[in-house]
Design a protein around this ligand. Structure first.
Ligand SMILES: Nc1nc2c(ncn2[C@@H]2O[C@H](COP(=O)(O)OP(=O)(O)O)[C@@H](O)[C@H]2O)c(=O)[nH]1
Ligand SMILES: [Mg+2]
Length: 244
C-alpha cells in the first residue's frame, strides 16, 4: 500500500555538553546502532525518512559540537525541536543543559521562522550505578522550561527518546500551537547549500508527487550524511535576518 501524504521536513538539533552522548543518540536514532566511539570534533547532519501519525517526514538531525568560534544561531534558528542532552551520571552535564535551556528561553524567538519545542533528555540511563541526576530532578528542570522530558540510553534503550520525539512531531504536525509567521516560504529557502549538495532532497521535498514509503526497511535505516552545515553556509538567509 502506498501512502499519499506529502513529505514534510522537520529539523532536530541535538545540543549538550561534550560527552553527554549527542552523537551516540543521533546515530542510534538514525541507524538503530550503538557504535561506542564517535569523533568528538565532528559536527554533522543526518537525515531519515519516517512516517509518524500517517505523515511522511524527512527528519533532519544536527549533531552539534559547541565551540567558541561557532555561532549558536546555526541551530537555534534552524531547528523545530531542540533536544538538550545531559548525562545522568554527570551533574556537570546537567548544569550545562540548564544553561542551554536558559539561553533558549532568553532567545528572541519571535524573529525565528520556526516555532520550537524543547525536549530535555537524560542519557546513559543504563549506567544506574553511577547516576548523579535523579529522574525527578530532570523532570523538574524540564517543567521549569516548559520542555518535554525523557530518559534514555543510546547504548541499550532509546524507546523513551523516540516516543517523546514522535509525540512532539505529532504535536507539530497537528499544529497544536499556532505557527509563528514564517520569514521564508519553504525549507528550501532556509537551506541554501552549495549547488547540488541537497539537490535530490530539495527537488523531492518541493514536489507534490513525492509519496511516503510505507514499507518498513528490514536492514537498518540508511544513513545519509551531509557535509557540515557551516561548510555549506546553511541558514545564511536566516542569519541575515538577525543582522539587519
Ligand atoms: N554506557 C553508555 N555510554 C554512552 C551512552 N551514550 C553515549 N555513551 C558513550 O559516551 C561517550 C560520549 O558519547 P558521544 O556520543 O561521543 O558524546 P557527545 O560528545 O555528546 O557527542 C562515548 O564513549 C559513548 O560511547 C549511553 O547511553 N550509555
Ligand atoms: Mg559528538
Amino acid at each position: 500500500m502506498r501512502n499519499s501524504a506529502p513529505l514534510r521536513e522537520l529539523h532536530v538539533a541535538l545540543v549538550g555538553m561534550a560527552g553527554s552522548g549527542k552523537s551516540a543518540v543521533a546515530v542510534k536514532y538514525i541507524t538503530k546502532r550503538f557504535i561506542g566511539e564517535y569523533d568528538s570534533t565532528l559536527e554533522d547532519n543526518y537525515c531519515r525518512q519516517e512516517t509518524v501519525g500517517g505523515q511522511c517526514l524527512m527528519v533532519w538531525m544536527m549533531d552539534t559540537v559547541e565551540s567558541a568560534t561557532k555561532d549558536e544561531m546555526r541551530w537555534i534558528a534552524w531547528a523545530d525541536v531542540y533536544v538538550v542532552i545531559y548525562d545522568v551520571t554527570s551533574q556537570l552535564s546537567f548544569q550545562y543543559a540548564e544553561g542551554i535551556l536558559e539561553r533558549i528561553s532568553r532567545h528572541e524567538h519571535v524573529l525565528c521562522p520556526r516555532e520550537h519545542r524543547t525536549l530535555l533528555v537524560g542519557n546513559k540511563s543504563d549506567l544506574e550505578r553511577y547516576r548523579q541526576v535523579s529522574e525527578t530532578e530532570g523532570e523538574r528542570l524540564a517543567s521549569q522550561h516548559k520542555a518535554y522530558f525523557a530518559e534514555c540510553s543510546a547504548a541499550s534503550d532509546l524507546r523513551q527518546f523516540t516516543q517523546s520525539l514522535h509525540s512532539i512531531f505529532q504535536n507539530i504536525i497537528s499544529g497544536a500551537r499556532s505557527p509563528s509567521p514564517r520569514q521564508c516560504s519553504s525549507d528550501s529557502e532556509i537551506i541554501t547549500p552549495r549547488k547540488g549538495a541537497f539537490s535530490s532532497l530539495r527537488s523531492s521535498s518541493r514536489s507534490s508527487q513525492v509519496r511516503a514509503k510505507t514499507s518498513t526497511p528490514k536492514a537498518p535505516a540508511p544513513l545519509h550524511k551531509t557535509p557540515s552545515l557551516s561548510k555549506l553556509k546553511t541558514g545564511s538567509k536566516l542569519l541575515k535576518l538577525f543582522h539587519t
